[in-house]
Design a protein around this ligand. Structure first.
Ligand code: PMP
Length: 363
């Protein structure tokens, strides 16, 4: 059986090894994973309580379209309910956007280097990804605007950008939108939005209200600590939500995920504490890198991308042997960088100590 020819160029996602396997191989009791930008504090304790309430309903299909969560999220975001679309993780929303708006012959513009699913989903639809080099780890919006033509259907903006952690400002995004034609959709992926403390960060929900070309993606996987449940959402014009609902699987946001997300959303104190601790962690890590004279991209999410000035895979391996899993920049296009998720204060301290050992720096 021959698959669609475009699939020849589509990479298969390579998951990390299961933690238990890593521990067994290394003969270590404890391994700290700071590789996937997960929340080191887990999720709100109220999530567990809410799940027991759902126990009696596990034989039933989920409520398609997540009406209760939709209502609560709409009121939290102060947008109307018909502007929200849920996905099995925001990964699935990336896929739904591509399925809804791309067909062969079209192009999608994105930064080089950014979250890889934009490119993968573009290729699956038989379209051309146009990757625009970044400037100092930040989207080059001028060059991206110039890359847009009559064939462009989607422009992806990852803000904060994964893997660099950089942001573009509200003003920069607004003047970018001013330069784009009406036939493009601008998808602003804000998976790390809740972590951002910089006042120049865009107020994208106000832009969505005014501009039907703007789609915002967010997720419950990061600050809400629900990555295992797979639930994310888009905020867009009602027309776009209606179109994407045609490709959406009817039960794509499962019953437990909907319940967990409602509980997580209601616990604002948990979110606020995570934001504060994350900022402290970034400051601690960046201060140490400054002291060592190592450069890094200014971090606005829950991870720091730093230049180790050594081959990244070697640094990754050295840290792994000490029981710390980070992300090597080698496969991401940054041969001497590593990306580390901000952990608890103890995990950050341990990371810096092991990094000093691997790079022969003063501890
Ligand atoms: N967008 C970005 C920028 C991400 O970093 C991630 C997860 N690493 C996602 C989307 C997908 O998140 P999820 O599918 O868990 O919602």
């Amino acid at each position: 059986m021959k698959s669609k020819s475009v699939l020849q160029g589509v990479p298969v996602y390579q998951p990390g090894k299961p933690l238990e396997e890593v521990k067994r191989e290394l003969g270590l009791e404890e391994v700290i994973k700071l590789a996937s930008n997960e929340n080191p504090y887990g999720c709100s304790p109220s999530v567990w309580e809410s799940l027991t309430e759902e126990q009696a309903h596990l034989f039933m299909y989920p409520e398609g379209g997540a009406p209760q969560l939709r209502q609560e999220l709409a009121s939290h975001l102060n947008v109307s309910t018909d502007r929200i679309l849920f996905g099995n993780g925001s990964d699935e929303i990336v896929q739904m956007i591509a399925r809804t708006y791309l067909e062969p012959g079209y192009e999608a513009v994105m930064a080089d280097i950014t979250f890889p699913r934009y490119k993968t989903q573009t290729l699956i639809e038989g379209c051309t990804p146009v990757e625009v080099p970044m400037v100092e780890g930040t989207h080059d919006l001028d060059a991206m605007a110039r890359a847009v033509n009559d064939h462009t259907r989607i422009v992806w903006v990852c803000n904060p950008n994964n893997p660099t952690g950089t942001i573009i400002s509200h003003d920069a995004l607004v003047s970018f939108l001013d330069r784009l034609p009406d036939h493009v959709l601008v998808v602003v992926d804000e998976a790390y939005q809740e972590y951002v403390t910089d006042p120049s960060y865009p107020d994208t929900l106000s832009l969505v209200e005014k501009d039907p070309r703007v789609v915002v993606l967010r997720t419950f996987s990061k600050i809400y600590g629900l990555a295992a449940f797979r639930i994310g959402y888009a905020v867009a014009s009602p027309g776009i939500v209606d179109e994407m609902n045609r490709v959406r699987e009817p039960f794509n946001a499962n019953r437990l995920a909907q319940r967990a997300a409602r509980a997580a959303l209601a616990d604002r104190e948990f979110v606020e504490n995570c934001r504060r601790e994350n900022r402290r962690g970034i400051e601690r890590i960046q201060a140490q890198l400054d002291e060592w004279g190592l450069s890094y991209f200014p971090a606005h999410g829950n991870f720091v991308m730093m230049d180790t000035e050594k081959p990244a895979d070697d640094v990754f391996q050295c840290l792994l042997e000490k029981g710390m899993i980070v992300r090597s920049g080698a496969a991401l296009g940054y041969p001497t960088h590593i990306r580390v998720t901000v952990g608890t204060p103890e995990q950050n301290q341990r990371f810096l100590q092991e990094l000093a050992g691997c790079l022969h720096l003063p501890k």
